[in-house]
Design a protein around this ligand. Structure first.
Ligand code: TYD
Ligand code: MG
Length: 459
């Protein structure tokens, strides 16, 4: 006798499973987050006689690097690892309103202009709204250039699948957004974990069998997770996050996962009246509003993937208010590293900042994760504490150890090149130890000031 399909309930917040519905999830304590999911209790087992046989092969053999579809957007190509891999699935995540639809529409039009048949399916906007956006982006001035672009408004994955299976012409398909998609067989609302997962699974399966590249747009919730499922991240080949502060112009596209390339690349864009503009030289942009001669600021030469970027680290010190612990407000950097540097400055250099509130900000809305920023942070702190601006023509990089020693960091020459390119005359860097031949060579016109210990900086 066939068993009744089993019903489970999945918490939309923490993904815990239970067999009984409840108003509140027992795992995470959230209210009204349990949603029903029905699965067939016993999967049909075929007998070994009927089942096919695996074709096994050897590990050695020649491999071709995957082909790439050039999106014509350099910053996007970079993050993808050189373009879209045919047949792959890419998830583009980000906060609502950050510019995902804009970027993807620009990409779709660019692909169509280079004669790639593309399909853009919107479950969020009506066709007229997309047309208006295209007009705003000035993408429609030569309509025949966009002959290879098909537009559709739908949330029905079965319809989308049937269309794609029948037409089989599209090379790239964009789904905006996966949270609006819906499959009739799944008994929950669009945007729920089950719907998102089943819809994504169906679309990815289709991409692999029909042979198009799939781009799924997904909204990120306030908590930072892709609304509904983290599972999506496991299902796709690449995950790109579109980040930025809505109050700022800059948008950063960051690779979080990539089966076909590096994940530490970033693409930098600026949101303008006519859509997203690429920023080939982010350092100049991030430093554009910097004013020299202000205490508490230092320029850091960082690396984002293979790419050097110069950023400004700003520090503001103020006397602690009240009896409690001093405040440490950090934007764009790691607050535990800030505490460490404060401790080192106090213990090794006698700079007492324990009774001060510290506010630290990295300009441009970028987040730094490199310890190489230690020296710039220390320089900004020392400058704020002494009231003396750091030299306006210097940039900093180097890691700081617990005894106050300044340690070497990777890719010094690349950083120096970028510092030179932006017209700085001096770079404050870790003292070179070891093989003299391996000493990083600065570009012409850039002087190196090597520092072995933080106390050199204080002097
Ligand atoms: P959108 O791409 O709709 O965001 P998402 O798909 O991530 O939700 O971007 C919407 C925002 O971008 C909106 O606030 C308006 C702004 N915008 C511009 O500033 N310039 C433009 O050319 C366009 C199309 C949008
Ligand atoms: Mg959108």
């Amino acid at each position: 006798m066939a068993k009744k399909p089993a019903t489970t309930f999945i918490c939309q917040s923490c993904h815990a499973r239970t067999t009984k519905w409840a108003g509140r999830c027992e795992q995470c304590g959230e209210w009204n987050t349990l949603e029903e999911e029905t699965v067939s209790a016993t999967p049909n087992r075929t007998s070994p006689k009927k089942a096919g046989r695996l074709v096994t092969t050897r590990l050695d053999g020649t491999v071709q690097p995957p082909e790439r579809i050039d999106t014509s957007i350099t910053e996007l190509n970079r993050v993808l690892g050189g373009g879209i891999v045919p047949g792959s699935a890419v998830l583009v995540g980000g906060d609502p309103g950050i510019g995902k639809s804009t970027l993807m529409l620009q990409m779709t039009c660019a692909l169509a202009r280079s004669q790639h048949p593309v399909l853009y399916v919107s479950g969020e906007e009506a066709i007229d709204q997309i047309r208006l956006r295209a007009q705003r982006l000035e993408l429609d001035h030569n309509p025949h250039a966009l002959d290879s672009l098909d537009l559709a408004a739908s949330i029905n994955v079965a319809d989308i699948a049937a269309t794609l299976e029948e037409r089989r012409v599209h090379k790239v398909v964009v789904i905006d957004s996966i949270q609006t998609m819906w499959l009739e067989d799944v008994a929950s609302a669009p945007g729920s974990v089950s719907q998102v997962r089943h819809c994504a699974f169906e679309l990815i399966r289709l991409a692999k069998t029909v042979g198009f590249s799939l781009v799924l747009i997904g909204h990120v919730t306030k908590e930072g997770a892709l609304a509904g499922p983290r599972v999506l991240e496991h299902m796709v080949d690449a995950v790109l996050y579109f980040e930025g502060d809505r109050g700022h112009q800059f948008r950063i596209l960051r690779g979080a996962k990539n089966r076909f390339g590096a994940t530490d690349e970033i693409g930098v864009f600026a949101m303008t009246d006519t859509g997203l503009r690429e920023v080939p030289n982010p350092s100049a942009l991030f430093l554009a509003e910097r004013r020299g001669n202000i205490a508490g600021s230092a320029v850091f030469a960082g690396l984002e993937g293979t790419r050097p970027v110069l950023l400004e680290v700003q520090v503001l010190l103020s006397a602690k208010a009240g009896d409690g612990a001093a405040r440490r407000a950090v934007l764009g950097w790691d607050s535990s590293r800030l505490s460490m540097i404060l401790a080192v400055l106090e213990a090794r250099c006698g700079l007492k900042l324990g009774s001060m509130d510290v506010h630290l900000n990295v300009t441009g809305g970028l987040k730094i994760s490199e310890p190489a920023a230690d020296l710039a942070v220390a320089a900004a702190l020392i400058s704020a504490a002494t009231g003396q601006p750091t030299a306006a023509n210097s940039a900093y990089f180097g890691e700081i150890g617990l005894s106050g020693e300044v340690r070497q960091v990777p890719q010094a020459e690349l950083r120096l090149k970028e510092i030179g390119k932006l017209g700085f005359q001096q770079a404050v860097v870790p003292r070179h130890v070891g093989n003299a031949n391996a000493r990083p060579k600065p570009p012409k016109g850039l002087a190196l000031q090597e520092t072995g210990h933080l106390s050199d900086l204080v002097e």
